[in-house]
Design a binder for this molecule. Sequence first.
Ligand code: ZN
Length: 315
Amino acid sequence: MDSPQAENFITVTEVGPRDGLQSEEKFVPTDVKVKWINRLVDAGVSRIEFSSFVSPKAVPQLRDAAEVIGRAKRCETTTMAALVPNVRGATNAAEAQVDEMVVFLSASESHNLKNVNRTISESLAGFKLVARIAGEAGIPVHGVVATAVGCPFEGEVPSERLVDLAKHYRDMGFIGIGLGDTTGMATPPVVERAVTAIREAVPELPISLHFHNTRGIGLVNVIKGLELGVTRFESSFAGLGGCPFAPGATGNICTEDLVYLLHEVGYKTGIDLEALCRLARDIESHMKRDLPGQVMKAGPRLQARGTDEVATAKG
Ligand code: ZN
């Protein structure tokens, strides 16, 4: 099996169980979540953001984070990461023995205030406390910057802001920085600007990219990230998701579509694409609505078809 040490290996983080589900009003039973996560582990996904240790009142869908991780299959080759919004979340995440804690703030003050009701410096102060709890438990912390490549309220995000946050993250000992395109405002030049600025200022901090497909160019941004040498991308199964606090935001880029693209252009992910497509189709039937993922519907390009299976083109 392909391991993260392999040449051309891309770490795909499945954020469906967290980002994908968080705005779903109808509660997905814990059993079902655990089954989906176990299938991701079996399919070879190397990192899963399985939930958020957020207040059950804020996001009722994720109120079962501790139970989910308590029952999910753990495997050395899959990192189980959870969002941790505050000290209480960090304590609970440490108790639940997550592999990684993920903290987040928004690059713009107005989005941060709306999203977590704190200023950016208040968020950073909170991260220090989280980092201490994580450190005592021996758990690494990954820092995310939401609305990193554009804010629906403030527009363009200056590179200096990203660099400044990256330096804070490095100084707190975080293992990486994730750039979240929460409302799908990324374009290839914006991605290039952001990645280059951070890399020049803080080259030792690995960058991961988290795109939403709001404007239909999520995978185009991935290609730009790959060209820049980024090796960590986040996506959601079946393209499920949206951000309840970001107007007009739609789902993440779709995991099966991302993995299909990565394999076709010569990268390794360690992921069984067929198994992922089967899972995505099951998620779609559970949700009882059409989800955006495309490869789960069309199949890989060289999948053999019967002649009566494919309609003849008429136009
Ligand atoms: Zn997201």
